[in-house]
Design a protein around this ligand. Structure first.
Ligand SMILES: Cc1ncc(C[n+]2csc(CCOP(=O)(O)OP(=O)(O)O)c2C)c(N)n1
Ligand SMILES: [Mg+2]
Length: 282
């Protein structure tokens, strides 16, 4: 099986895990979790220098999920990589769980930054990447930011710093899924063209289809090779990505599995994903 097929298969597994954990809980941040499934598949399936058996290994690459409400996507990727057993996924948000609704570095193996208060992860990532440089480590920090999150001025302060310090090891990834909590980003605070905007902040920026694992892989490979300049990927995604019913649902930021139509769509998506995975693994 070739590499791209494997990455697509991993994405399907992560998407299925996210759906099942949210269905089990009865609600959750579906839209923004689904839009970064392919990204996590490419990061964990190919690029990250990490060891699930030794989550604190020296010189590891780090991930900062600044849009912390998408924790279920990260947890699913971590479980698929073997950081903890997959059954743990169904404890999402339970009292005493290692998987709180938003990532906590003191609770979950593989989580290096506590996030959830939008904006703050950008500064955390800038600090981690600075530390990696100071220590002469050959390691990357992948910072994942939401497009609505960019309403927070802290993001732009961090971006100015990352650019000024030429932190080429801090790969900024903006999940441009066009929507935030309660509407379209362009109607709330219009970012206009994010690629142009990031370029004007000094970043070498590429825009890619965030549902295309091959395109994401190429963009990361290209930007890892950049020296002496900050780098950014604008990930062109759909909120609810990969499941048509949820892509089309306007209020898909946090979904409650409390009516027949939603439950039927979710059940059908589970069956479809399971069938795809079984076919690919046969
Ligand atoms: C400082 C702060 N303000 C408000 C919230 C509540 N909140 C959680 S998600 C969200 C919308 C984020 O939109 P976006 O970054 O576009 O996320 P995505 O579309 O990827 O879900 C808001 C306002 C928060 N977590 N932190
Ligand atoms: Mg968004």
């Amino acid at each position: 099986m070739n590499e791209i097929k494997n990455l697509k298969l991993l994405a399907a597994k992560i998407r299925l895990d996210v759906l099942e954990m949210l269905m089990h809980r009865g609600y959750g941040h579906l839209g923004g979790s689904m839009s970064i499934v392919e990204l996590f598949a490419v990061l964990y399936g190919k690029h990250l220098n990490v060891d699930p058996k030794n989550p604190n290994k020296e010189d590891r690459d780090m991930v900062v999920l600044s849009k912390g409400h998408a924790g279920p996507a990260w947890y699913s990727a971590l479980a698929e990589m073997g950081y903890f057993p997959k059954e743990v996924l169904l404890t999402l948000n339970d009292g005493g769980t290692i998987l709180p609704s938003h990532p906590d570095r003191n609770l979950t193996p593989g989580v290096d930054a506590t996030t959830g208060s939008l904006g703050q992860g950008t500064s955390i990532a800038a600090g981690i990447a600075t530390g990696q440089k100071f220590k002469g480590k050959n390691a990357y920090t992948y910072l994942i930011v939401g497009d609505g999150e960019l309403n927070e001025g802290q993001c732009w302060e961090a971006f100015m710093y990352i650019s000024q310090k030429k932190l080429n090891n801090c790969i900024v990834i903006i999940d441009d899924n066009k929507r935030q909590l309660d509407g379209y980003t362009k109607d709330i605070i219009n970012h206009y063209d994010l690629k142009t905007k990031m370029e004007s902040f000094g970043f070498k920026t590429v825009r890619v289809d965030g549902s295309d694992v091959k395109a994401i892989d190429s963009a990361i490979t290209e930007l890892k090779a950049v020296k002496d300049q900050a780098v950014c990927i604008v990930l062109d995604t759909i909120k609810g990505q990969g499941i048509k019913y949820f892509e089309d649902m306007f209020s898909n930021h946090s979904v409650k599995f409390n009516n027949e139509s939603i439950n039927q769509a979710a059940d059908e998506a589970v069956e479809k994903l399971k069938a795809y995975i079984a076919k690919e693994e046969a």
